[in-house]
Write a protein that binds this ligand. Sequence first.
Ligand SMILES: Cc1cc2nc3c(=O)[nH]c(=O)nc-3n(C[C@H](O)[C@H](O)[C@H](O)COP(=O)(O)O)c2cc1C
Length: 217
Amino acid sequence: MTLLEKFRCLFTFGQGVALPLPVIPESKSPFELFQAWFDDANKSGILLAEAMSVSSCSADGQPSSRMVLLKSFDDTGFVFYTNYGSRKSQELQENDKVALLFHWGVLQRQIRIEGVVKRTSQAQSEQYFHSRDRGSQIGAWASRQSEKLSHSDELKDREQQYKTEFADKQVPLPEFWGGYRVEPSYIEFWQGRASRLHDRICFEKQDEGWDVFHLHP
Ligand SMILES: Cc1cc2nc3c(=O)[nH]c(=O)nc-3n(C[C@H](O)[C@H](O)[C@H](O)COP(=O)(O)O)c2cc1C
């Protein structure tokens, strides 16, 4: 973290307790509020403000969570990229219900998102894959994400194998790699307040638009 980012963190600590939440008209889309909070998180100097927890649940009901990076969002959903053979992907294949969680401690804010996942189009995955640095593209080929290593050098060996295979060529998008779009049906914004009297503003998707309500903290 740069010195400037550290100062920003110091400066923003406690924000949200001192400042009121904006009043949200009933008809407003949660994506506008998400954009505003995401911008605040990025401006506050939080490292990897786009990091979020993704929780999946296997067919037999075992939940599991891990962090991923939010790479884009719009009013159709929230997109992250991963290995389609990984544990999370296998679980999302069995059960498309998913939960996302952001926590920006310095701002005393949390956002909970629930919905279903859909794979992004091949064209979208391709475009994102080729925007990554070459090392990460080779890394995606080398990693059998979530599988056991057969020996300690396996990952390095596989990296070397793909470096050689794709030397002087564009690294192709692996067919086992791409994005998921989380299409939300519920989004909750939590703002920390003094005396634990926190604000919880919830958006629940209806056939047309969003139902907006508040919950006790
Ligand atoms: C801050 C952070 C960001 C991460 N971003 C991603 C990501 O965007 N995609 C991904 O597949 N794994 C990402 N990971 C690794 C995952 O947390 C996890 O280890 C990996 O996806 C394998 O999870 P699984 O075995 O449950 O499928 C990230 C980890 C951290 C700590």
